[in-house]
Design a protein around this ligand. Structure first.
Ligand code: SAH
Ligand code: DHB
Ligand code: MG
Length: 223
């Protein structure tokens, strides 16, 4: 086996053992594919990680930026108590439509809400509603805006909230100063913000698996 064959084999093994997809998660991926959505949802083992982190947080309120077909949304919402709430922001109305149906099939329609529009338009409106602080924010939308999303997540957080940013490695491109792709520049700016912000303590972990070579940044809100 070469390197990436190992990644797939081991991810399939861990997924089958630890992050088995039930009917609702399987259907969410099938319906997303049938509707022509890109195959860029988190993997099962990553979805399980998101769920565990939300459970460890004791999360009652979760914010997601970037819904796609609602696959990560399902994993996260399953960490919530019956009276919990997850708000997910999605730019593309077709994606949002698929997600709403997938969430309903998963029995999560009462505790989840998908808001359609550019997240940078939805976030100020959300802030105007004075929502209870989000215990966890999962940032997984247009990477160019990652620093703006971290700032909004911080504003909507409490001391102890967790902010997670997906896709921070991108095959190592984040550490290549010559790479001026706006999404790479945006992600590096988010890492710099986490590194220097007095209210954040964070780290980043590289991942390999069925989604290739990528990673997450994790930041805890300090005050
Ligand atoms: N979190 C999902 C994957 C999200 S893919 C999962 O793991 O299952 C990224 C999503 O962000 C896409 O659906 C894309 O339409 C959406 N997106 C892109 N730009 C956006 C923006 N400005 N505001 C909100 N959503 C955006
Ligand atoms: C892409 C976006 C994602 O959020 C992801 O997890 C993988 C790939 C992309 O835009 O290519
Ligand atoms: Mg992602």
């Amino acid at each position: 086996m070469n390197g990436s064959e190992h990644w797939d084999t081991v991810d399939a093994y861990f997924g089958a053992a630890l992050a088995r997809e039930d009917e609702a998660l399987g259907a969410a991926l099938r319906e997303s594919k049938a509707a022509g959505l890109p195959p860029i949802a988190v993997s099962p083992t990553q979805g399980k990680l998101l769920r565990l982190l939300a459970e460890i947080q004791g999360a009652r309120n979760i914010l997601e930026i970037g819904t796609l077909g609602g696959y990560s949304t399902i994993w996260l919402a399953r960490a919530l108590p019956e009276d919990g709430r997850l708000i997910s922001l999605e730019y593309d109305p077709v994606h949002a439509d698929v997600a709403v149906r997938n969430l309903a099939r998963a029995g999560l329609d009462r505790i989840t809400e998908v808001r359609v529009g550019a997240a940078l338009d939805s976030l100020p409106k959300l802030a105007d509603e004075n929502p209870p602080p989000f215990d966890l924010t999962f940032i997984d939308a247009d990477k160019v805006n990652n620093p703006r999303y971290v700032e909004w997540a911080l504003r909507l957080s409490r001391a102890g909230s967790l902010i997670i940013v997906d896709n921070v490695v991108r095959e190592g491109r984040v550490a290549d100063p010559a790479d001026t792709d706006p999404s790479v520049v945006g992600t590096r700016a988010a890492i710099d913000l986490i590194a220097t912000h007095p209210r954040l303590s964070g780290t980043a972990v590289q991942t390999v698996g069925s989604k290739g070579y990528d990673g997450f940044a994790l930041a805890r809100v300090l005050a």
